[in-house]
Every structure is written in structure tokens, then in C-alpha cells.
Design a protein around this ligand. Structure first.
Ligand code: E4P
Length: 214
């Protein structure tokens, strides 16, 4: 499973990319709004820092507006993937973008059938939101498993991005369930590294070395 960072914060993206573990970035309108900067400038800068796929989301709600907005976003850099919501307008947009060779990430997926439709419309990526499902007592991990099984049985090439990751166990579960990618907030990425026995072990090695050499 590849790792993306789910952030529109330039400093976070830079720091995470420097760790050598980040293969792409996802943003969304809420994340961009938090940064209080113009969407195109933020997305362009992120796409310069990370050479992998960088998702930028449309905010229009009709096909007629979504399509030109998506084309504008796609022009920002070669590695832009246009993020489109799963609904009628979104599917039409994804299908049109596919015929133009523009990659899409279909977002706000909460059922296996939504993922199947997105894939058939030509999505390069589908993003099931596991944390938001868990929040309402549904099983986000099971959704990833179901989508992974369906895609594998039917030779579907769209990649599954486990999104709405809230904690380290979500990452483990998404990997075991067959997600191709997990998109992870910076804070959760750092918490994947942490273990109290690692900290204690580093301290003991350091202390033993210091005592023997003083
Ligand atoms: C994914 O692409 C979304 O940006 C994100 O994972 C949503 O996560 P949230 O449910 O924490 O807002």
C-alpha cells in the first residue's frame, strides 16, 4: 500500500515528503479553506514539491460548471488529479475527463456500488471515507475489503485510496483490506512512527554507550 498525505499545508507536505515515504497528496475544499490561500496557488506549490499524483477538488455542483473547472485544475501541473464527488454530475464529469486523458479521483465514496460506478465511469482513483463511516457506527474497513474484492474479481484497474483516516489502526486495517493507497493526515503519519519501546530502547542504547565511554 502506498502512502499519500491528506493535507493542503505546504509545511506539512514538505516535512512529510522529506521522510521519503510519500507518493502523493490529497487535498479537499475544507483543507484548502483552513490555509486561507488561493486554491490554485496552493495546489501548484504542492504539485511542485511532490512529483506523484496531487488531488485537487472541484467545488462546482453542475456538470456544465464542473467540467471547465476540472480542466482548469488539470492545467496547473502534469501531476494533478481532479477530485470529483460521486453523484450524477460527478460521474458525467469523470467520463468526459477520461476521454480527454485527465485523471480523476472520485471522492465521498460510502458504498461498494458507488465505487463500482466511479470505476466504470473511468476514475483513476476511488476514495472510500473509512473514518466518517466508523463515526456513524458503520464498518469502514469492511467497505475497503468489499471494493478491493469487487475490483479484483472484475479486473478493475482504478486504485482504492483509503481516505478519512483518523488513527494508526485505520492504516493497518486499510493495508490488510487491500487498499492500494492510504491518504493520511500529517499528525497520524507521525503517530505511525511512534512506539514507547522504541523511545526507551534508543535511550537505553545511548545511556549504556555513554556510561561505558565516560
Ligand atoms: C480524502 O481525500 C479526504 O480529503 C479526507 O480523507 C477526508 O477526511 P475527513 O473525514 O477527516 O475530513
Amino acid at each position: 500500500m502506498k502512502l499519500f498525505i491528506d493535507s493542503a499545508n505546504i509545511a506539512e507536505v514538505k516535512d512529510a515528503y522529506a521522510l521519503g515515504i510519500i507518493a502523493g497528496v490529497t487535498t479537499n475544499p475544507s483543507l484548502i479553506a483552513k490555509e486561507k490561500q488561493e486554491i490554485k496557488a496552493v495546489v501548484k506549490e504542492i504539485a511542485r514539491i511532490v512529483p506523484g499524483p496531487v488531488s485537487a477538488e472541484v467545488i462546482s455542483d453542475t456538470y456544465e460548471l464542473m467540467l471547465p473547472e476540472a480542466r482548469e485544475l488539470a492545467k496547473l501541473a502534469d501531476n494533478i488529479v481532479v477530485k470529483v464527488p460521486i453523484n450524477v454530475q460527478g460521474l458525467k464529469t469523470v467520463s468526459a475527463l477520461r476521454s480527454e486523458g485527465i485523471k480523476t479521483n472520485v471522492t465521498l465514496i460510502f458504498s461498494a456500488n458507488q465505487a463500482l460506478l466511479a470505476a466504470r465511469a473511468g476514475a483513476s482513483f476511488v476514495s472510500p471515507f473509512i473514518g466518517r463511516l466508523d463515526d456513524i457506527s458503520e464498518d469502514g474497513t469492511q467497505l475497503i475489503k468489499d471494493i478491493a474484492d469487487i475490483f479484483s474479481i472484475h479486473d478493475i484497474e482504478s486504485e482504492i485510496i483509503a481516505a478519512s483516516i483518523r488513527h494508526p489502526l485505520h492504516v493497518t486495517h486499510a493495508a490488510l483490506a487491500g487498499a492500494h493507497i492510504a491518504t493520511i493526515p500529517y499528525k497520524v503519519l507521525l503517530s505511525l512512527l511512534a512506539h514507547p519501546l522504541t523511545d526507551a530502547g534508543i535511550k537505553r542504547f545511548y545511556d549504556d554507550w555513554k556510561n561505558a565511554n565516560s
